[in-house]
Design a protein around this ligand. Structure first.
Ligand code: ADP
Length: 812
């Protein structure tokens, strides 16, 4: 397009703004130079040239700092503001380009070429116009910065140049872009440029919108959540729950802080508490965490009792609680003495071994009393799962700590006396070996940091005084045995039992039943009868039970008003306890052929036992009955072989062994019968049956036999001798090698019994068999209807066994 005219006009440099033709705008003019330019313009047809500064910050621009293309404008209004500033209302008229600066001071005067719009329309222009209008419409819709009415105005513009300028004036563009449009003097390039810029702007606006939407959505979501949470809180508050929970949390926190937990445990507890507080109130896991915290708080981590390490006092207490047991008490006092000297002794753990009812548990209790410690008892009988000792992991439903820590909770002190009962009754299976866990409990090198699966924090057991008990030493797992100091409590004599009953059991039971000496009297005679006829045991458990039974029955009579005082005499005894259950003195009343008395040792103490042999016409078979164990059967064979080899010396004709069958029977099915120690008894019974010589009825024996007739030592001497004494036996034959064991036998028993130590079977027979023979010895007994089991002979190898130790279920 060609310039339409040339003019000389004052120049007003614009800062940060650009004026298009047709645009009406207010300008505040402050710069001195600019004010003068306006004033000049007012004199010259109100016309002024407006061009934009390239840098808005420049206060004193030169020619180069001002774009050369600008707009000729008419000053419509002029308002002088206080402070010298002028507010003008200008309207753009036409594009113009600076040809030259004619003056720089006091204001710029420029010579310009003005381009008045000549609107020509063709198809291309029309298309560009439509495009621009639709873009503008969209832009308005999206950007929301322009009032929608503008669109109506814009649609109605017919002139392409004007359309472009008006649209451009409405857009928020960078000055450079606007300048570029201003500089496009021809309509088509102007439209095209604007369309391109519009397209770009639209994209940006669209993007902005998308970002906006996303931001809003995000905000809405957070707001919504916040709002909902606030509502829940309000509801909880309404229901009174929130306060409860806050109170619960605070209470727990306070408890944790006061519990004096080890640092590590306290941290763990607080962490769990935080977790609990974050959980919704009804969450199932909440209970699990709460339980866990309760357990942590219930365990005695730091609380303990002060030991009373006064030996004299301890002795008093032990004596007051238990009769006899002098050796045991002595050992306990020694143990306590050492504990006093070496404060933290890592010594062995005491293990009381003995039959039931001899006071193992109550000794433990006494020790606790002597030391003024708390006492807990845990029975390990039947424990077969490691988890019972060590607990289950918390992930299991209903998990709990193991029994050790449960015991500690019950004790409520970190240093109780902890009695582990029946360590020999633990068993092991696929669920793990409880003894290995127990080892960690008992080992002083490890037990300061005992790990329980549930608690998950190390617990210090090193202050606990562990005591264990067992019936049979052999059944205690080996590694545990190595850490224990075994103290045997072998069982009581009748005399001891009487004393225990009179001094302890009777007064204790009378008191426990709310009676006193004026209401019930149990004389020594009655006690002795209970011991002899109502019990057969090594300990005093059944004795105590029977006394309790007497007290119960007496209490009933007194309460029923039948009597004021119950004297337990012979008649009352039978009335209260029923008929005697045992025959006192099971010794045979007269000498007999083929019946010998042996001595057995079982878990519950000693027993007497008869061995019967009978002979009858047959083919030389040997029959064994009485549910004998394998070892005992072999022992029977050995004794048979011995008797047969000594037939000549004993005066037995060899054909006896071919023409007669022999039957060995051991009655009393309730006693488990195994082990080799009935060897000499069976040999004696056999010899008697075959020779017809009677066996002394007041004599009992025990010992293993070899094929050559040597007598080997056996176990459980004290129990066996006590059993013989109970049974009214006068002479007991024991293997010579057991002589050292006879020291254990109480003196009063030794006084009433003759102990004969033997080395060889010949000596046994010398003492046991009478000279008198019974002529009709073989004819008296008819053969039994059924013969089982039949033993056929093979060569028997002689074994020289070492001293046999007591074993569970052994008949020895
Ligand atoms: P264990 O644990 O060995 O099976 P307990 O300790 O349960 O035996 O003893 C059973 C009962 O016998 C307890 O009441 C106990 O007080 C009593 N007792 C055992 N021995 C004696 C004793 N020597 N003196 C006093 N009482 C005893």
């Amino acid at each position: 397009m060609q310039p339409t005219q040339e003019r000389i006009l004052p120049l007003l440099p614009l800062r940060g703004i650009l004026i298009f033709p047709y645009m009406v705008i207010h300008l505040d003019v402050g710069r001195e130079k600019s004010v003068q330019a306006i004033e000049e313009a007012m004199l010259k047809e109100r016309a002024i040239f407006l061009a934009t500064q390239k840098d808005a910050q420049n206060d004193d621009p030169t020619e180069e700092d001002i774009y050369s293309v600008g707009a000729v404008a008419e000053v419509k209004q002029l308002l002088k503001l206080p402070g010298g500033t002028i507010r003008v209302l200008v309207e753009g008229i036409a594009r113009a380009k600076i040809k030259e600066y004619t003056s720089h001071t006091p204001y710029f005067v420029v010579k310009i070429e003005q381009y008045d719009e000549t609107e020509t329309k063709n198809a291309q222009v029309e298309a560009l116009m439509r495009n621009l209008v639709s873009q503008f419409e969209q832009y308005v819709k999206l950007s929301k910065k322009i009032p929608p009415e503008t669109v109506v105005t814009v649609i109605n513009i017919e002139e392409p140049g004007r359309l472009a300028d008006i649209v451009a004036s409405h857009l928020t563009l960078r000055i450079e872009d606007k300048q570029a449009i201003l500089e496009a003097v021809d309509t088509v390039p102007r439209l095209e440029k604007l369309c391109a810029i519009m397209a770009r702007e639209l994209e940006i606006v669209e993007l902005e919108r998308k970002i906006n939407v996303r931001v809003r959505k995000q905000m809405e979501k957070t707001q919504k959540e916040y709002y909902l949470r606030e509502q829940i809180k309000a509801i909880q508050r309404e229901l009174g729950e929130k306060e409860d929970r806050i109170a619960e949390g605070e209470e727990l926190r306070e408890k944790i802080e006061q519990a004096k937990l080890p640092k590590e445990v306290e941290e763990k507890a607080l962490k769990e508490l935080e977790r609990l507080e974050k959980m919704p109130p009804m969450a199932a896991e909440g209970t699990v965490v709460r339980n866990y915290l309760d357990w942590l708080l219930a365990l005695p981590w730091s609380k303990g009792t002060r030991d009373r390490l006064d030996i004299n006092k301890a002795q008093q207490i032990l004596n007051a609680d238990h009769y006899g047991l002098d050796l045991v008490k002595e050992r306990i006092l020694e143990y306590l003495a050492i504990r006093k000297l070496a404060k933290k002794m890592k010594g062995p753990i005491i293990c009381f071994v003995g039959p039931p009812g001899v006071g193992k548990t109550s000794l433990g209790r006494s020790i606790a009393r002597a030391l003024e410690r708390k006492f807990v008892r845990l029975s390990l009988g039947g424990v077969r799962d490691e988890a019972e000792i060590r607990g289950h992991r918390r992930t299991y439903v209903g998990a709990m700590p193991g029994r050790i820590l449960q015991g500690m909770k019950t004790a409520g002190s970190k240093n109780p006396v902890f009695l582990l009962d029946e360590v020999d009754k633990m068993s092991m299976d696929f669920r793990g070996d409880p003894s290995s866990a127990l080892l960690e409990v008992l080992d002083p090198e490890q037990n300061f940091s005992f790990s329980d699966h549930y608690i998950e924090a190390p617990y210090d057991l090193s202050n606990v005084m562990f005591i264990t008990t067992a019936n049979v030493q052999q059944n205690i797992p080996r590694p545990l045995q190595d850490r224990m100091e075994i103290i045997y409590i072998p069982g009581y004599t009748e005399e001891e039992k009487v004393q225990i009953a009179i001094r302890h059991l009777v007064p204790k039971q009378i008191k426990e039943h709310g009676l006193n000496n004026k209401m019930i009297q149990i004389p020594e005679k009655a006690v002795r009868r209970i011991i002899r006829e109502y019990t057969r045991e090594s300990g005093v458990r059944n004795l105590e039970r029977n006394i309790a039974s007497l007290c119960r029955k007496a209490a009933k009579q007194i309460v029923a008003g039948k009597t004021k005082l119950v004297r337990v005499n012979a008649q009352k005894l039978e009335q209260f306890l029923g008929k005697p259950r045992f025959r006192y003195g099971t010794a045979e009343l007269e000498d007999q052929v083929g019946i010998a008395t042996g001595l057995a040792w079982t878990e519950v103490g000693g027993e007497t036992l008869q061995v019967e042999v009978s002979t009858y016409k047959g083919t030389g078979k040997l029959t064994l009955t009485g549910k004998l164990g394998d070892v005992m059967k072999e022992s029977a064979q050995a004794s048979y072989s011995y008797v047969r080899s000594r037939a000549a010396e004993l005066g037995i004709k060899q054909n006896m062994f071919e023409k007669y069958d022999l039957h060995i029977h051991v009655p009393e099915g309730a006693i488990p019968k195994d082990g080799p120690s009935a060897g000499i008894t069976m040999a004696t019974a056999l010899a008697s049956a075959l020779t017809g010589r009677q066996i002394r009825h007041d004599l009992a024996m025990t010992g293993e036999i070899t094929l050559r007739g040597r007598v080997l030592p056996i176990g459980g001497v004290k129990e066996k001798v006590l059993a013989a004494h109970r049974a009214g036996i006068k002479t007991v034959l024991l293997p010579m090698d057991n002589s050292k064991d006879t020291e254990e036998i109480p003196a009063n028993v030794k006084k009433q019994l003759e102990l004969v130590l033997v080395d060889h079977m010949d000596e046994v027979l010398n003492v046991a068999l009478r000279e008198t023979k019974i002529a009709s010895r073989t004819a008296v007994i008819e053969p039994p209807p059924e013969v089982t089991p039949e033993i056929t002979y093979g060569p028997v190898v002689e074994t020289e066994g070492g001293p046999e130790l007591p074993n569970e279920n052994n008949y020895s």
